[in-house]
Design a protein around this ligand. Sequence first.
Ligand SMILES: NC(=O)c1ccc[n+]([C@@H]2O[C@H](COP(=O)([O-])OP(=O)(O)OC[C@H]3O[C@@H](n4cnc5c(N)ncnc54)[C@H](OP(=O)(O)O)[C@@H]3O)[C@@H](O)[C@H]2O)c1
Length: 278
Amino acid sequence: MMSHRANQAEFVARPPKDTARCLTEAFDAGYRHIDSAASYRNEGACGEAIRGASSIPRSQIFFTSKVPPRKMGYEGTMAQVDDTLAKSGLEYIDLMLLHSPYGGSTRRKGSWKALVEAVEAGKVRSIGVSNYGVHHLDELDRHIAELEQERGGKGRGGVLSVGQWEIHPWCPRRDIVEWCSKRGVAVEAYSPLVQGKRWGEPVTKKLADKYGKSEAQILIRWSLEKELVPLPKSATSERIRENADVYDFELIPQEVQELETDEYSPVCWDPTTASLDE
Ligand SMILES: NC(=O)c1ccc[n+]([C@@H]2O[C@H](COP(=O)([O-])OP(=O)(O)OC[C@H]3O[C@@H](n4cnc5c(N)ncnc54)[C@H](OP(=O)(O)O)[C@@H]3O)[C@@H](O)[C@H]2O)c1
């Protein structure tokens, strides 16, 4: 049985073939949070594994999916929610994110409205955004206020519960994290292992030696100390277990600070810098 804190370590599924094996191994290792997306084309395999994990009640599993850029806008997002439910075979989606801000202001507002309605219809439990810059987040605040007016008052504009961004010591995104923490928005950190591109950095290595842990475990722990929700991905059995084995040590505040750099070096795509018109 995993601890409450172990809930914060995420398992991230991988495209079709391997998904079932990875999920089974991840469930065995105590993971309960699956980060999927329509674009990953693994919603079906994820849903199948979730439904097949008969010893784990559905209520203990947290399934996330994401609306792809091509489905931005009210109609497209409504259709995507139904498609995700159909493909996964699940009765509800725990968290639906807008995968990126691309599409322009009108489409972003339409997508958000569709997510709000999906929550009201019981199809989705929580909603949020991914890869939004602070300017997109400020715009979303305005859209929520407008929707409250249009839809009959406080709360009818929806609640931004979660945001997901590439965050690690070489891309700490302090502005976005601060924006979210002021509003109580949970922040998920994708590519928390920097996609394996930073192994051997002196500070990470030093701390790995000090704690007798791997560099991956140090980076996951950095996320946890920052109160982020890390989303490490692995398709390797040993690493799936290793990445969940991070609850028997803690980094002290000076070490968390020492790891963090002033670099802005994302390794994935970076829609946060897109203009409001894109
Ligand atoms: N919202 C978005 O736009 C967005 C964008 C990117 C990613 N994400 C989410 O975040 C997840 C993770 O991001 P990511 O895959 O880009 O990067 P990541 O988790 O930082 O890195 C994954 C890479 O690290 C390797 N790895 C994992 N554990 C390791 C360990 N203990 N030791 C050594 N190497 C290890 C993996 O190899 P093996 O698999 O071969 O073990 C893989 O090559 C994705 O799967 C996705 O769900 C979201």
